[in-house]
Design a protein around this ligand. Structure first.
Ligand code: P6P
Length: 338
């Protein structure tokens, strides 16, 4: 009996968790998996563009060659539109929502917000990049989806996940009943359960932040960084500094090994850089479901009131004990700053 359990088999098996669902949600996750496989194929050959004659704007067949984040965006929009399970989409690549207004979708139950290829500026250096997605039940009653359908707190998410295109391609997701990771087996073209019931270590020895902005960090962040660098064997310090510059890769590493990822406010990003709707909330849902924490330095990411599609927030996400320590510094020095 093969030990391999594909994403499709797992979704059907877990469908029992949703007694009222009639399969729409399972089909939605299937559609995301399909788009992920198509994007994976293109991401994996990115470095070959020149050799394959895909330089500039057209390839040897004279076809328009798209930037990979544009390509990824189109694939997820197409898969989710054709799938018929969503009534609207919100993408990092699109200023406004994408209303899905075809016959089978306009009364669909769900909306999906996603970042089609986070970290894509790194792709030419062969650094891992990722897709991040977040699923909500629509709040509008029927017809085409609306902007209001997305103005929900992260606590209302019905599912969240990411695909990381790295040394292997993994899909990690939660529906609120734990976190499971699936690794793509290219030989059979299936995501296979490889990391069941992921739990993030309560602590760790890695901190992940772009220290190039150190002078612009809030005092609490500066003091936390110095705390990470102190010698203290009992608490595994000094921590190692690891910063990939691709949030999905940094968060995924910490999810498996323990650690904290911080993108605080800086002079260039006075409200933080990462977006609430399609980056912070989905990663927060996953990390909390794995036993970790995700805050803006003071309050849960998933309790932030989303007022705009591309709203930004500072984020402190990872092992609960390390996030709590960072929050202590933020609280202590926020008072001092008053
Ligand atoms: P910086 C990628 O552009 C991204 O949105 C995240 O994936 C990543 O963590 C961050 O920006 C890197 O930003 O300012 O450190 O280059």
């Amino acid at each position: 009996m093969s030990k391999v359990k594909t994403l499709g088999q797992f979704i059907i098996e877990k469908q029992a968790d949703f007694p009222y669902a009639k399969g729409e949600f399972s089909r939605l996750l299937r559609d995301i998996g399909i788009a992920a496989k198509i994007v994976n194929r293109e991401v994996n050959k990115a470095g070959l563009a020149d050799i394959l004659g895909e330089t500039g704007d057209s390839n040897v067949q004279g076809e328009q060659v798209k930037k990979l984040d544009v390509f990824a965006n189109e694939q997820f929009i197409a898969a989710l539109t054709v799938g018929g399970e969503v009534c609207a989409l919100a993408s990092e690549e699109n200023e406004e929502i994408i209303v899905v207004d075809n016959e089978q979708s306009k009364n669909a139950k769900y909306v999906v917000a996603f970042d089609p290829l986070d970290g894509s500026s790194n792709i030419d250096a062969n650094v891992s990049v990722g897709t991040i997605f977040s699923v909500y039940r629509r709040t509008s009653l029927s017809g085409p989806g609306t902007l209001e359908d997305f103005m929900q707190r992260g606590t209302e998410q019905v599912a969240a996940g990411y695909i990381i295109y790295g040394s292997s391609t993994m899909l990690v997701y939660t529906t609120g009943k734990g976190v499971n990771g699936f690794t793509l087996d290219p030989s059979i073209g299936e995501f296979c359960l490889s990391h069941p019931n992921i739990k993030i270590p309560k602590s760790g020895k890695t901190y992940s932040i772009n220290e190039g902005y150190y002078v612009h960090f809030p005092d609490g962040v500066k003091k936390f960084i110095k705390w990470c660098q102190e010698e203290d064997k009992a608490s595994n310090r000094p921590y190692s500094s690891r910063y990939i510059g691709s949030a999905v890769a940094d968060v995924h590493r910490n999810l498996l090994y323990g650690g904290v990822f911080i993108y605080p406010t800086t002079s260039q990003a006075p409200k933080g850089k990462l977006r609430v709707l399609y980056e912070c909330n989905p990663m927060a849902f996953i990390v909390e479901q794995a036993g970790g924490k995700a805050t803006d330095g003071f309050k849960r990411i998933m309790e932030i009131d989303t007022k705009a599609l591309h709203q930004r927030t500072p984020i402190f996400i990872g092992s609960s004990e390390i996030v709590e320590r960072a929050e202590e510094f933020m609280a202590k020095y926020a008072i001092a700053a008053r």
